[in-house]
Design a protein around this ligand. Structure first.
Ligand code: FE2
Length: 397
């Protein structure tokens, strides 16, 4: 702490999440669809997550959450076969044909609808340890963090370095929650996804001040802010993936949870992002507000924090000796202009072997999610991207 820091610095209110002791299980067909059942136990296959795709495991038995249906698993090449009474379940989710092979994976600790209720009531939700361990390892390898600290970062686009990044971008529960919360199926990634590392604070450097994320950009020195409250219309949902464990000491993001309801930016006297990056600001004014009216979410690596982008927040201050990695993925409805061009990353993904490692559902979701198109009368045909020649020749305002 420096002499100009506030006396209550580093006393934010903590909200601690731990790795869940038990979770629901999910069953994936070969193309990445989910096996679900309706209230009467009739099986079906679909691309969207729902409560009805949740199963409880007891040894080799999977019990459906909303019906009396029970499936028995037997080992199969590359996954499991499922027995439903006297029949085996096919790849299409029926029981009249050749047995399909399914992959059993860990799901969330709570029902998707419970997570959605929390997000709708509070403007944020945490999905603790939602990512599989091998995905977390892949993200840490890209970040050169945690067990990969000291590794030389690759120069290639991150999205083609490891399939973990593309899989995380279309993690099904966070996508479903973002769609439900923004009340539209047509959502897009607002920028190319990138893993970042917050290094140890040196007591002097400029730090990020309080702000609201894209497209609102309140508290940020940027053009194109949302000029008025957007009310019921939600224009952005941010997903922060904790690539490293998130702790207050390690620089977990600070929030004012629930501040989205104010529908305006953070107060100036909290230290806005537009001010804190000014040279000399920290030496004169100390760190931005970090007292008990602010919140810090502590969660294990592999957790995802989802919030309404109006929520006031700022980067934490890393007081550990090691870096803290995170992946930020702001999503916006298709009617919002993207923050940056996602086209080159999507194209690089298409041309890389990583694309072949994705399931059919993941490939389709990434196409919907990263390809922005005009929404004019000709229909959503032309892909929007950077015009290099115009960017070079047209003078900046
Ligand atoms: Fe932010």
């Amino acid at each position: 702490m420096s002499v100009n820091d506030r006396p209550d610095q580093f006393t934010e209110t903590k909200h601690c999440f731990e790795k869940p002791a038990a979770t629901f299980m999910m069953l994936f067909a070969e193309d990445g669809s989910f096996l679900s059942a309706d209230d009467f136990g009739i099986l079906g296959i679909g691309e969207a997550i729902s409560d009805h795709a949740m199963w409880q495991r007891n040894g080799a038995i999977l019990k459906h959450v909303f019906s009396d249906l029970e499936l028995e698993m037997t080992e199969a090449d590359g996954g499991v076969h499922l027995i439903c009474g006297p029949e085996t379940v096919t790849a299409q989710g029926s029981t009249d044909g050749v047995a399909g092979t399914f992959v059993l994976r860990q799901g969330p600790a709570q029902l998707p609808s419970d997570h959605l209720r929390h997000l709708q009531q509070h403007g944020w939700v945490c999905l603790p340890s939602i990512l599989a361990p091998e995905i977390v390892t892949g993200l840490q390898r890209i970040a050169c963090s945690d067990e990969f600290e000291g590794r030389e970062p690759e120069l290639r686009r991150q999205i083609v370095q490891d399939v973990a990044l593309a899989k995380t971008a279309v993690e099904p529960l966070s996508l479903w929650l973002s769609r439900q919360y923004m009340k539209t199926h047509e959502i897009k990634l607002a920028h190319a996804p990138g893993v970042n590392v917050l290094t140890t604070d040196d007591g002097k450097r400029a730090v990020q001040g309080w702000h609201s994320d894209y497209p609102y950009h309140w508290g940020i020195n940027a053009a194109g802010k949302v000029p008025t409250p957007s009310g019921e219309t939600v224009m952005g949902v941010q997903r922060i993936v904790c690539v490293s464990e998130y702790t207050a000491e390690g620089g977990a993001t600070a929030f004012k949870l629930g501040s989205h309801v104010h529908d305006r930016g953070p107060p100036e006297n909290w230290g806005l992002a537009r001010d804190t990056y000014r040279p000399g600001h920290r030496a004169e004014n100390g760190l931005p507000y970090g007292g008990p009216d602010a919140d810090i979410i502590e969660a294990p690596a592999g957790s995802v924090i989802i919030f309404d982008t109006r929520t006031w927040h700022r980067a934490g201050i890393n007081r550990q000796k090691k870096g803290r990695a995170a992946l930020l993925m702001d999503t916006t409805p298709a009617y919002i202009i993207p923050y940056s061009d996602t086209g080159p990353d999507y194209q690089a993904l298409l041309e890389s072997e990583v694309h072949e490692q994705l399931s059919g559902v993941e490939q389709r979701e990434l196409r919907r999610f990263m390809v922005h198109r005009f929404l004019g009368p000709a229909g959503p045909q032309s892909v929007i991207g950077t015009n290099e020649i115009l960017s070079e020749t047209v003078p900046r305002e």
